[in-house]
Design a binder for this molecule. Structure first.
Ligand code: G4P
Length: 546
């Protein structure tokens, strides 16, 4: 294929194309989505441990005792022991068949409130692991994240975690997933032993029994033994017979793995794990390697696919500053969509048409960073000191491309931000501008409130804490927040701003990108306004639960 304007081939051919295809084929780029406390950090550790990228669980997410800090870089995260910022981890995994996969695991924030960042990360993955606590089943954040995955057509692998603790019946959990989110479950493993008495799993594809053995504190990979079905009863007794019986029930119910429906996001393979004991983690890595899709190019803003073998292109899904308090740096994370990335190359920044030099490309593994020289489709590049880059921006080489913007989600929390130190006007303005550009919070303004009282709009209240923390610590401009009693936002036509402004419990703002946003106290108030002013057009922003 040739780009008619430039006369340059849009896809590489020959050995280079073969190399790009081969590298793309062995990559698996995914995120783990879950409600807080389901065990996401623990599972991440376990995955990396099993892939032998670290030798002891705890090297990535530092938490009490057993684990040492590597990725909780913001002080707030350390204090709370939660993961607010996202990390991109890359590690090789050698499958049981002997092939080596490259796993790109995009970590998402662990807090239910701090969600906009999570949604941005989901624009950069090819699959998601939906982690469920065996005792709790589907929880609110799991449901929201699942909706985003379905909306974006991201295939989902479900992992039922904490099977070492008393929990619900496995069949009941399958029914819940089926009934509440209309996803056909196709378990690949089935637990042997009820929740709380986890002995191993029945591998439904081979019929064998995989027996797990505990190690001290679960800190090292758990040994597993593959026992032939004919000897399994002898090894484990009635628990094996129950597992076989339930597995047969599942098959009779059409719950066997089907790749097409998995890729269409209408069915989900299911695995059972105990992340803390490292049980079932190998099976998850194998399933990711065998069944999860590899990068296959990306649709551009016009809906045309840029093939993975086309010249280099990537989009920024996240910008993050303040990761290292010693160097007030700023990293833009970009996902490679096509071609090869070579550090030092000059790319084009699609938003401005300006050249972009990639001298400071990094890979980030927890808090450890190393210079990144080459990257392939599916990989994440950390671009340091990239002041010009915003979430959603496209970078390319040779053939222009523009990827669709990342949706900004409908804010549900609003607060006026005021500088508490009158001598810090300049720092205040600079800080607000920076946080806005990074997408830490959305910034709304109105003539009525004035330039000194911008309104922060957030999907989750924790975004306010992050913004306040950074205003004080990084920009030396402490702020006080005055919370506003609004919960719903809509996009309005500029011509309707005045009439909307006159309504009770409604306020009208302009967002930095010029879009007029009307905010309402409640959804009932919004419905009333819509009834009373039928000529006024109000459009939804992308809601987290859409
Ligand atoms: P998150 O990132 O999804 O928020 O969850 P995280 O891994 O931090 O796990 C939340 C809690 O659940 C932790 O306990 C963790 O040890 C525990 N956990 C994770 N996976 C399993 C599992 O498979 N089985 C059992 N029994 N527990 C599990 P904590 O007491 O809050 O913290 P910690 O002191 O153990 O770190």
């Amino acid at each position: 294929m040739t780009d008619t304007a430039s006369g340059v081939s849009t896809t590489a051919t020959g050995p280079q194309a073969d190399r790009i295809s081969a590298e793309a084929r062995r990559r698996r780029t995914f995120a783990v989505i879950s409600h807080p406390d389901a065990g996401k950090s623990t599972l991440t550790e376990a995955l990396v441990l099993h892939a032998k990228a670290i030798t002891e669980a705890g090297a990535i997410h530092g938490k009490a005792g057993r684990r040492a800090t590597v990725s909780d870089w913001m002080e707030m995260e350390k204090a709370r022991g939660i993961s607010i910022t996202s990390t991109a981890l890359q590690f090789p995994y050698r499958t049981q068949g002997g092939d080596t996969c490259i796993i790109n695991l995009l970590d998402t924030p662990g807090h239910a409130d701090f969600s906009e960042d999570t949604y941005r990360v989901l624009t950069a993955v090819d699959a998601a692991v939906m982690l469920i606590d065996a005792a709790k089943g589907l929880e609110p954040q799991t449901l929201k994240l699942f909706q985003v995955c379905r909306h974006r057509g991201i295939p989902i692998i479900t992992v039922v975690n904490k099977w070492d603790r008393p929990g619900r019946h496995a069949l009941e959990l399958m029914d819940e997933i089926h009934d509440r989110i209309q996803l056909q479950t196709t378990p690949l493993t089935w637990p042997v032993g009820i929740a709380g008495d986890f002995k191993g799993v029945l591998d439904r594809r081979t019929g064998t029994y995989i027996r797990y053995t505990r190690t001290a504190g679960g800190a090292t990979a758990a040994p597993e033994e593959h026992i032939d079905a004919s000897r399994a009863h002898e090894a484990v007794g009635a628990d094996w017979d129950n597992a076989v019986e339930e597995s047969e029930l599942l098959s009779a119910d059409g719950a066997d793995f089907d790749r097409d429906s998995f890729l269409r996001c209408t069915s989900t393979p299911v695995l059972f794990t105990s992340a803390i004991l490292n049980f079932g983690v190998n099976q998850l890595l194998d399933v990711l390697a065998q069944l999860a899709p590899s990068p296959s190019g990306q649709l551009d803003v016009d809906g045309n696919r840029r093939e993975a073998t086309a010249p280099f292109s990537a989009f920024v899904f996240k910008v993050q500053a303040g990761m290292d308090s010693a160097h007030r740096d700023r990293i833009a994370y970009a996902r490679v969509c096509s071609g090869t990335f070579e550090r030092g190359e000059v790319l084009t920044h699609a938003a401005t048409g300006k050249p972009f030099v990639t001298k400071y490309a990094q890979s980030v593994f927890g808090q450890q960073r190393s210079t990144l020289d080459t990257a392939w489709p599916g990989d994440v590049i950390g671009l340091a000191n990239a002041a010009a880059l915003r979430p959603g921006d496209t970078l390319y080489r040779d053939i222009p491309v523009q990827y669709p913007p990342i949706p900004s989600f409908s804010p549900e929390h609003f607060a006026v931000a005021r500088g508490t130190d009158p001598g810090k006007h300049k720092q205040f303005r600079k800080g607000i501008e920076q946080l806005d550009q990074e997408g830490v919070i959305q910034v709304l303004r109105s003539d009525r409130r004035g330039e000194q009282a911008p309104v922060f709009a957030a999907v989750g209240p924790m975004q306010f804490e992050v913004a306040s923390h950074r205003m004080a610590g990084e920009f030396n401009a402490p702020i006080a927040l005055e919370f506003l009693p609004y919960t719903v936002a809509r996009v309005a036509d500029p011509a309707d701003a005045e009439i909307l402004q006159q309504q009770a419990s409604v306020e009208v703002f302009t967002r930095t990108d010029g879009v007029v946003i009307a905010v309402f106290s409640t959804k009932w108030r919004l419905e009333n306004v819509e009834r009373e002013l039928p000529g006024v057009r109000l459009r939804s922003l992308v809601a987290a639960a859409d």
